[in-house]
Design a protein around this ligand. Structure first.
Ligand code: MG
Length: 379
């Protein structure tokens, strides 16, 4: 069986990136960017092992990024990318896989299909390069920024990684041309006189070079989720009910372990539902005396904090309160303001609606109040 290793180059300092840490360790959707890159190779069935060329200063960051990826080991890279690749290849020399895919650590969007296509291409060639077309018009400008000429796009393509090679061939080429300033591994193979074949690359397989790239990638990976909540509380003795954190005068109170704010309970479950974090009963068990008579704004705030901890944002929280009495309409604006205040977000992200059930069912018989909530979040 053909063996295939991956060599991930992650030793760069990222001078173009700015920020405090090299780009490969920048956070991307709650993990390090490099973790996403490693996952793509670690989960690919045709990749047997992965060597990552890292900077010696990054040992701790790397250990965190590589946690749980069983195929991954690290080697210290060199002063240039070319050096780092050569050192990585030397680390694989004993195992001598048949094939090696060399990939930029800062290309976290590499797909399993692209990895497959590069490997497939190696049945016909010593080296395989994924490429994408040049779509923009190219200009050569002088030092003053004045256009000198328009460069023809004909036969021009953009080179991506992973670049695939027969291992023995690329190791020999890197040993022969160590110290020469060649920009990528395909160029090293070309320098050794071998033909490099191409396969279609992938426009989403971008290399994160600037903060702007990272922001674009984060936006592209942001997803919208919707969670819903439902709750009921029964009327009992009292002269007011809590709804959306507001005291509303009524002929009865609502019975509950906490303050029985049926709307905020539904809202809490809606947010918890959107992030898959269980339900209100799990977080605040009614059996725990600590929550007796508790103000329910705590519950809602807790769910919201969990959302923020996951890097999320609340887009909208929509309540429907179902009862014959008390009339919600006169309090609607104050309820919206109350929820917005609890969460510290704008009022236009909160909606409070009310309905009756036309005298039908338990709400119609005025035995209690039901509430529904729908939370829309970005993650
Ligand atoms: Mg409840």
């Amino acid at each position: 069986m053909t063996t295939c290793a991956a060599l991930i180059v992650a030793a760069g300092r990222g001078q173009r990136f700015g920020g405090n840490l090299p780009k490969q360790y920048a956070p991307l959707r709650g993990e390090k960017l490099l973790s996403r890159t490693l996952r793509a190779f670690n989960s690919h069935p045709k990749i047997n092992r992965i060597v990552v060329a890292i900077h010696p200063d990054d040992a701790d960051s790397f250990a965190e990024a590589a946690k749980g990826f069983v195929k991954v080991t690290a080697v210290h890279g060199g002063a240039t990318r070319q050096d780092s690749v050569r050192l990585g290849l030397e680390a694989l020399a004993d195992a001598a896989p048949d094939l090696v895919l060399i990939h930029d650590g800062a290309r976290p969007m590499v797909s399993a299909t692209l990895i497959d296509n590069v490997i497939a291409g190696l049945s016909q060639a010593e080296g395989v390069l994924p490429v994408t077309p040049v779509v923009d018009t190219l200009k050569r400008v002088n030092a003053g920024g004045i256009v000198g000429e328009t460069v023809s796009r004909e036969n021009l393509v953009r080179a991506q990684t992973p670049q695939g090679f027969r291992f023995a061939t690329i190791l020999k080429a890197h040993r022969s041309f160590a110290g020469e300033a060649l920009t990528d591994d395909a160029a090293v193979l070309e320098r050794a006189g071998h033909a490099v074949a191409t396969v279609p690359g992938d426009e989403t397989n971008i290399k994160v070079t600037t903060m702007d790239d990272l922001a674009q990638l984060t936006a592209a990976l942001t997803e919208t989720r919707v969670g819903q909540g439902f709750d009921v509380h029964k009327f009992g003795p009292g002269n007011s009910v809590m709804l959306c954190g507001l005291t509303v005068p009524h002929t009865h109170g609502l019975i509950g372990h906490s303050d029985a704010d049926v709307a905020l309970h539904a809202g809490t479950d809606a947010i918890l539902g959107a992030i898959g974090a269980g339900d209100i009963g799990q977080h605040f068990p009614p059996t725990n005396p600590k929550w007796r008579g508790a103000a329910s704004d705590k519950f809602l705030k807790h769910a919201y904090d969990l959302l923020l901890e996951r890097g999320g944002a609340l887009v909208h929280l929509d309540f429907t309160i179902i009862c014959e009495r008390p009339k919600v309409g006169p309090h609607r604006a104050a309820m919206v303001a109350s929820v917005a205040h609890i969460l510290g977000i704008a009022e236009d992200r909160i909606s409070v609606k009310a309905t009756t059930t036309e005298g039908l069912g338990f709400t119609g018989r005025q035995e209690g109040i039901a509430a529904q909530a729908v939370a829309t979040v970005k993650l």
